[in-house]
Design a binder for this molecule. Structure first.
Ligand SMILES: Nc1ncnc2c1ncn2[C@@H]1O[C@H](COP(=O)(O)OP(=O)(O)O)[C@@H](O)[C@H]1O
Ligand SMILES: [Mg+2]
Length: 413
């Protein structure tokens, strides 16, 4: 088997155009204390691997590991800063949203443009158009400018076009993150069919089980460097082991931090008639952890101990952004959830069915007060951490996902 794609000690540097500091404070502190200049960034460093003809090859790694950058080097959207990228054969690529089509052109014009970039004539593309539109299932939007497409529509058309041009190499980046499940299945069927036909497939997805079943081999990128290359299942296992290890470390760090802070009377106070003896964030699998994804279910468990009978306690918590802002402060009384009395050990839980926080770091306070909410039994001020990752998620501005549905209404003339 000959190599169809070859990365030979490839590095890619981005030059960052830093924005000017916009607050007086920042400008002043910038004057006093010159900041380290970090205006270049190595997205890939000394990356080598090769993909044989007919092989299915996966790239895995955390957000920002360099996967998309590697794919853009394969499609020549980017040039390496050093090293060599060799590609043999016609490439069809389905990259991140927004990096394929021309937004001002209609879907139809984009189909022809895409074809011409791959050396296919207008006639060739016209012959394929019907099949493309049928696969994408969006005939009525074909003459609309692509900038008005939803991410789902965009992906549908992009996938249909990319796979219609009979490429030798198919590159897909996170295509399964958008679109409905039926369409995703259709896409996966087509990708598997490509594999059956002996085409070379480069696949990036957070669906690691799919990487395992689709790909023959894989590479694990970590902060732009290769951590492992080999049989896809082994590489996915190694990557997952590392993800789990990091989560455990984070959990241990949080315990230490909480233990150290809990001795600080400003961070933990109250009469201790009821004591909070443990706080856990429990995932849908029943395991406690501190790293969650946007939209995931989280069960916030407050374990308590009451050495005597305490009537009508109020349990509550507060979620703070790491910047200090209080985002939410629910408690059992506001919710009308009455606890007649506590005695002995127990737990009070708040079930959050879909975590609305976007990627970031958050702190949790938990507390139990008397029924007037004036006297703390035990108050833990921001002693617990919650990290939210937004892998594969679309929303990235702000701190919360606003659960809503868009609609569009055109006014009459
Ligand atoms: N055009 C760019 N300019 C500056 N930095 C970039 C650019 N593209 C990507 N990066 C940075 O390079 C790193 C790798 O990004 P990317 O390849 O998209 O990672 P992944 O796809 O694995 O999440 C990230 O830190 C990202 O912010
Ligand atoms: Mg990416």
């Amino acid at each position: 088997m000959s190599a169809q794609i070859e990365f030979e000690r490839v590095s890619k540097r981005f030059i960052l155009h830093r924005e000017r500091s916009d607050s007086v404070q920042e400008r002043v502190s910038g004057l006093l204390r010159p900041r380290a200049r970090a205006d270049e960034f190595w997205a890939l460093r000394d990356v080598s691997f090769s993909v044989a003809r007919g092989e299915s090859f996966g790239l895995v790694g955390h957000n920002g590991a360099g996967k998309s950058t590697a794919l853009k080097l394969m499609t020549r959207i980017l040039e390496p800063t050093s090293g060599r990228v060799r590609i043999h054969g016609r490439v069809a690529a389905l990259l991140e949203l927004g990096s394929g089509f021309h937004p001002e052109l209609s879907g139809r014009d984009n189909v022809f443009l895409y074809g011409s970039l791959l050396g296919l004539s207008r006639r060739d593309m016209a012959a394929r158009l019907e099949e493309i539109v049928a696969f994408a299932g969006m005939a009525e939007f074909l003459d609309m400018q692509v900038k008005y497409y939803s991410s789902g529509m965009y992906t549908r058309l992009a996938f249909a076009v990319a796979t219609s041009v009979d490429p030798e190499i198919l590159i897909t980046d996170e295509v399964l993150a958008v679109g409905d499940e039926a369409f995703q299945r259709k896409c996966m069927d087509r990708i598997f069919a490509f594999r059956q036909m002996g085409k070379t497939i480069i696949f990036v997805s957070h669906a690691l089980d799919t990487v395992r079943t689709l790909c023959d081999r894989a590479v694990w990128l970590d902060h732009g460097t290769v951590r492992a290359t080999g049989v896809a299942g082994d590489v996915v296992d190694a990557y997952l082991a590392d993800v789990n290890r990091r989560e455990r470390e984070e959990l241990a760090r949080q315990d230490e931090l909480a233990a150290a802070l809990a001795d600080d009377p400003r961070r933990r106070f109250g009469s201790h008639d009821v004591e909070i003896i443990g706080v856990e964030l429990v995932g849908v699998d029943g395991a406690a952890r501190t790293v969650f994804r946007t939209g995931e279910q989280v069960r916030i468990r407050i374990r308590y101990r009451a050495r005597q009978v305490v009537p009508r306690p109020v349990f509550g918590l507060a979620v703070h952004h790491e910047g200090g802002l209080l985002l939410a402060g629910p408690n059992t009384r506001f919710a009308g959830f009455d606890i007649p009395m506590v005695h002995g050990d127990g737990a009070v839980e708040l079930l959050v069915t879909a975590l609305p926080l976007l990627a970031g770091r958050y702190f949790l306070s938990v507390a139990v007060y008397d029924e007037t909410m004036l006297h703390p039994f035990d108050h833990h001020d921001r002693l617990y951490r919650l990290t939210v990752q937004n892998e594969g998620g679309r929303e990235r501005f702000g701190v919360m996902a606003l659960d809503g549905a868009w609609s569009w209404h055109v006014s009459g003339q």
